[in-house]
Design a protein around this ligand. Sequence first.
Ligand code: SF4
Ligand code: SF4
Length: 290
Amino acid sequence: MAKHGWRLDRAIHNYLYFAFYYPYVKIAYLVFRFLANHFSWFKPFGALLKPAFNRYHAKILSFSDTQKILELNADLSAVSAKNKQIVPYKYAYKILLQEPDYIAVMDCPCKKTLNAPAWSINSCICVGKTTAQFWLDRCGKKYHARKISQNQALDLIKTFRAQGYLTQAFFKVATGGSLGVICNCHINSCVSLQATMFARRFDPSLSMSANSGYSIEHNTTLCRNCGTCAKICQFGAIRFRDNIWTYDSPICIGCELCAEHCPQQAITLVRDPNKTVPLDLDLIKAEYAE
Ligand code: SF4
Ligand code: SF4
C-alpha cells in the first residue's frame, strides 16, 4: 500500500498483476491483437490506447546501462518529473531501486503467451526486495520464481544478448510507477514489443518502448559486409542490399545488439542528443537522484 501512495486500487492491481502474471499478459495480448486485426480502420482507438501506454511501458537498455543496475549496491531514488527525459511517459517514470542486490527471476509471461522456446522462458528479472520477495512468496511454484545473485542476473542477460535478445526495463503504474523488472526481449516473443506493432496500426506515434538514448556509428573501413548486423536488428534499422549498408537512425532504438554481434567491431554505440536520455545510473546519480 505504501508503495502505491496508499491507493488501494493500485495495490490490488499490483497484486493481481503478479499473482496472475501469465493470464493477465495473455488476455492483454489477445485483446490488443483482436483490436489490431479487426478494428485498425477505427483510428480513434489510438487515443484510447494512449492512457494504457502511459501506464505501462519499457526503457531499452544498452549492455553497460544494464550492468550498472545489476551491480548497484546501494538504494537509489530518482522520482521527479525530470525523469520523463529518460522515460518519456505521463505516469510511470520513477527510478527507484531499494535493496537492488535482492534479485529474483521467474517465468516470462510474454514468452509463455507467444510459445517461445523452453530454454528462454525463465527470464524475467526483478531487482529490489519488495517485489522480488513477493515473487518468491507468491509465484515460486507457479512461475518457477527463484532468487539469484547479481552475477547470475548479469550472466543471464549476457546469455540472452548472445542469442539476439535485447534488454528492457519495465515501468508500470500498477507496480508503483517505478523501475523494477528487467527482461530479455525479442520481437517474436515479447508482448510489449508486439503491442507497439499493433498500436501503430491506429497511431504511428505510439510506442511501448522508449529508445535507449543511443544511436550507432559505422566504421566502413573495418566493415567486411557480412550482413550480421542487419540480421540481428529486430527493427530493420540496418539494411544490407547489394553490398550496400544503410542505417535509419530514427528507427534504431539503440539496443546495441548490432555492435555486440559485429565480428569486426565496426559498430559503436554513441549517445544521441536527438533521442531520450539514457537510463545510465552514473548520470542519474549525478543529475537526477534525490
Ligand atoms: S556485422 Fe559488422 S562487419 Fe558485418 S556488415 Fe555489419 S558492420 Fe559490417
Ligand atoms: S541498429 Fe543496432 S542498436 Fe539500432 S535497433 Fe538495430 S540492432 Fe539495435
